[in-house]
Design a protein around this ligand. Structure first.
Ligand SMILES: Cc1ncc(COP(=O)(O)O)c(C=O)c1O
Length: 396
């Protein structure tokens, strides 16, 4: 007998399918450069986060292979058996680069869901941009403070909300009030108005938490992110630097004061209770950090920026300013059905792999194609993708 609960779940799934909101992974095999075999079809990859190609850089792979003798896994959380030399070495390398202590997590999701509840408690206010990543949203949901969402990148609205909510606070706060933003927004590539965020946070005594998942490795003279590019590294008290994207590995670093990191070690549940990263991964990430901080990293960033401009120009999108300066390129489509159709036809008819981003990743009716440029893309591939997208949007 099927229980009523299972019947309700079945109905939910059917409703998701009917609204084209179900999710089906596409099996892929990586080929040379930006090439990919996607569902058996040869195509050009436009949805990888490996934007500098470091996940297969020879020095990164050598480092990973060299660490394999230490075991396939870390065997425990950092507080049990998993505090290995590779974890310490990676934190030390990050700390040397940022000039501040760094704490390693097993993923950006662990970091975000762990640090928000650890820093803000009952009675605290957490001001979060409307477009932050799901893991930050979940961190806010897990936190006992009150979350106030401000419209994406709207610093005027943020200023008003901060005044209003601070004046109305009734409870004695347990921890810190937070201001949460991403540096490079994952779904539309827009850049945070970082100078204004820093000023607002400083004036109101908010602890600024900046997710640099898509900024780390890609922006700034040393690849440390948007805060570094804007000369604001010292004024952003908590930075999350993702290692699973431009660094081509996995994990994330929180860069903050030693005190904040001690508090996270003592109270952040995903850090305390989850298995630490495997030695091959920490070795790969450490090698990637070295490349990002050197001349090769700077050259790859230059290449990526030039290619992003080329694709944006081809699509008739801005190439400057907060909406136009990043390697994440959104193509608005609107309707869920249409976005799925355009993405499927791009792959089938043109060998262009990019996925339709739909609710709940973005609001209903705001579906889009999200293209992520890679330093490995050939100029010809970028032009071909832009032309194919423009044509399909006219036809569908
Ligand atoms: C902005 C942002 N933050 C955090 C994460 C989560 O990082 P991870 O994939 O390491 O869990 C992502 C990943 O997509 C992201 O885009």
């Amino acid at each position: 007998v099927t229980s009523p609960g299972v019947l309700r779940l079945r109905a939910r799934l059917e409703a998701l399918r009917a609204a084209r909101l179900d999710r089906v992974p596409l099996p892929q095999e990586r080929l040379e450069g930006a090439g990919v075999l996607a569902g058996g079809r040869r195509a050009v990859q436009f949805c990888s986060n490996d934007v500098l190609g470091l996940s297969r850089h020879p020095a990164v792979l050598d480092a990973a292979r060299g660490a394999l003798d230490q075991g396939a896994g870390a065997t425990g959380s950092r507080l049990l058996s998993g505090d290995l030399p590779g974890h310490r070495a990676l934190e030390a390398a990050a700390s040397a680069a940022f000039g501040r202590p760094a704490l390693l997590w097993s993923s950006g999701t662990h970091a975000n869901t762990g640090l928000v509840p650890a820093l803000a408690g009952r009675g605290n206010l957490v001001f979060s941009d409307a477009d932050v990543h799901a893991s930050l949203v979940d961190g806010c949901r897990l936190c006992r403070g009150r979350t106030v969402i401000w419209p994406h990148n709207d610093v005027e609205a943020l200023g008003r909300l901060v005044e209003e909510h601070r004046a109305r606070r009734e409870e004695e706060p347990e921890g810190a009030d937070l201001l949460i933003a991403e540096s490079v927004y994952s779904m539309d590539g827009s850049l945070a108005p970082l100078e204004r965020l820093v000023e607002i946070a400083e004036a109101a005594g908010l602890l600024l938490v900046l997710d640099e998942a898509h900024g780390f490795g890609v922006r700034g003279p040393r690849g440390l992110g948007l805060a570094d590019e804007r000369g604001l590294l010292d004024r952003v008290p908590v930075i999350m630097a993702g290692l699973g994207k431009a660094a081509g590995a996995m994990g994330a670093l929180t860069v903050a004061t030693a005190e904040i990191l001690d508090l996270l070690r003592a109270t952040a549940r995903p850090w305390i209770f989850s298995t630490a990263l495997p030695p091959a991964v920490t070795a790969a990430a450490t090698a990637a950090l070295e490349i990002l901080g050197g001349a090769e990293g700077a050259a790859l960033r230059g290449l990526l920026a030039a290619k992003a401009r080329r694709l944006r120009r081809g699509l008739g999108l801005p190439t400057e300013g907060p909406e136009g300066a990043s390697h994440i390129v959104p193509v608005p489509v609107g309707d869920e059905e249409r976005s799925v159709t355009v993405a499927a036809r791009l792959l089938d008819e043109h060998g262009i792999l990019c996925r339709a981003v739909r609710h709940p990743t973005v609001p209903r009716g705001a579906s889009r194609l999200r293209l992520s440029v890679m330093a490995q893309h050939d100029p010809e591939e970028l032009d071909r993708a832009a032309a194919a997208i423009r044509r399909l949007l006219e036809e569908t």
